[in-house]
Design a protein around this ligand. Structure first.
Ligand code: PHE
Length: 345
């Protein structure tokens, strides 16, 4: 055992004499003494050869030895820190670089606000694919292949119909998501479908080949046109304030009967007349109507028992009225000067 004691003393002396001024030297010290195959481990391993009656005494000696080795490591590491700071030319008192913080896209801000208003009325959010088959986008919505109303929505086809497969296309409205909801859920159904849609339009200040919609669907017993009006009225008041005026105009959509478009008093000129409202004082913001019985039948929903209303509107249009954006293209040009203006709603 004396031999072991001598060894410990020798290693201690060695440790005391160690000088380390670089990272590499500190690391070499750590590996040599405290590494998994280091001297400390090795010497601690001798414990098993110590006779039982001496175990207690030796245990203390070995532990103290380990502490000496560890304290030396801490000491030379600290020394390195001080030295590094003193010899660097970094001015630690300089203010840091600011990290640029992004802002939400105006369309997301408005979409989120729209969603939260309808959520308060008990609407759930449903999403679906942007590449759709003909049935979910058109057929199920009472727009058979030769229906002239298909012209209302100029379509990007991804794949033409073949003898065995239907056509695939970029959805032209999120009514396709409503179709998927009716396919999988039973009434009562109360959903909104926010999402991007595509139409083959020439890009200009007023039209784009893609835009965003929030469509809504409510099916239950005894749902009436009055429910539709009140829901949409609540929505515009929450969105634009209590002073907003609304009017409904009769319209046509193959999937609703009767159908109506809704205008609100122009939020840009307060009804006095401007470019946005084409000097009428009114701006159309959505299409709506009572779900056509054929659409309900397409999904096995009994039109004698259930009725429903649906509506669809463009997020870009709502954002335009809210922020007075006069060119649709601004939304997708990624110009930071435009985007940074929308820090919050
Ligand atoms: N799907 C229609 C469109 O995109 C909007 C709409 C939805 C109209 C629901 C009536 C009812 O133009």
């Amino acid at each position: 055992m004396d031999q072991l004691l001598q060894q410990i003393e020798a290693v201690k002396a060695e440790i005391a004499a160690t000088v380390a001024t670089t990272h590499e030297e500190v690391e070499n010290y750590r590996i040599k003494y405290l590494g998994t195959k280091g001297l400390v481990k090795q010497i601690m391993g001798e414990m098993k050869n110590v006779p039982n009656e001496q175990k207690k005494e030796f245990g203390q000696i070995l532990n103290a030895f380990k502490v000496v080795a560890e304290e030396k490591l801490a000491e030379i590491q600290a020394g390195l820190g001080e030295g590094a700071e003193a010899s660097s030319n970094i001015d630690f008192t300089l203010p840091g670089d600011t990290v640029p913080v992004g802002t939400r896209h105006p369309l997301n801000l408005v979409r989120n606000q729209m969603v939260s208003i309808f959520k308060r009325l008990g609407f759930a959010v449903a999403e679906g694919p942007e590449v759709e088959d003909d049935w979910h986008n058109f057929g199920a919505m009472n727009l058979p292949a030769d229906h002239p109303a298909r012209d209302m929505q100029d379509t990007f086809y991804v794949q033409e119909a073949t003898e065995t497969e239907s056509a695939w296309l970029l959805r032209t409205h999120t009514s396709s998501v409503q179709a998927r909801v009716m396919e999988t859920q039973k009434p009562p159904i109360r959903v909104i479908c926010p999402g991007r849609v595509y139409r083959n339009e020439t890009i200009s200040a007023r039209a784009h080949c893609f835009f965003h919609q929030v469509e809504g669907l409510y099916i239950d017993e005894n749902v009436s046109f009055a429910d539709l009006k009140q829901t949409l009225y609540f929505f515009v008041q929450e969105m634009f304030g209590k002073e907003v005026k609304v009017r409904f105009r009769p319209s046509y959509f193959p999937f609703t009967e009767p159908s109506a478009e809704m205008d609100i008093s122009c939020q840009i000129c307060a009804g006095k007349g401007c470019n946005i409202c084409k000097h009428t004082g009114w701006v159309e913001i959505l299409g709506s109507g009572m779900v056509h019985p054929k659409v309900l039948e397409n999904f096995g929903i009994d039109p004698e028992k259930y009725t429903g209303f649906a509506f669809g509107m463009g997020v870009e249009r709502i954002a335009q009225l809210k922020y007075q954006v006069n060119d649709l293209r601004l939304y997708s040009q990624n110009d930071l000067r435009f985007l940074q203006q929308f820090k919050s709603v």
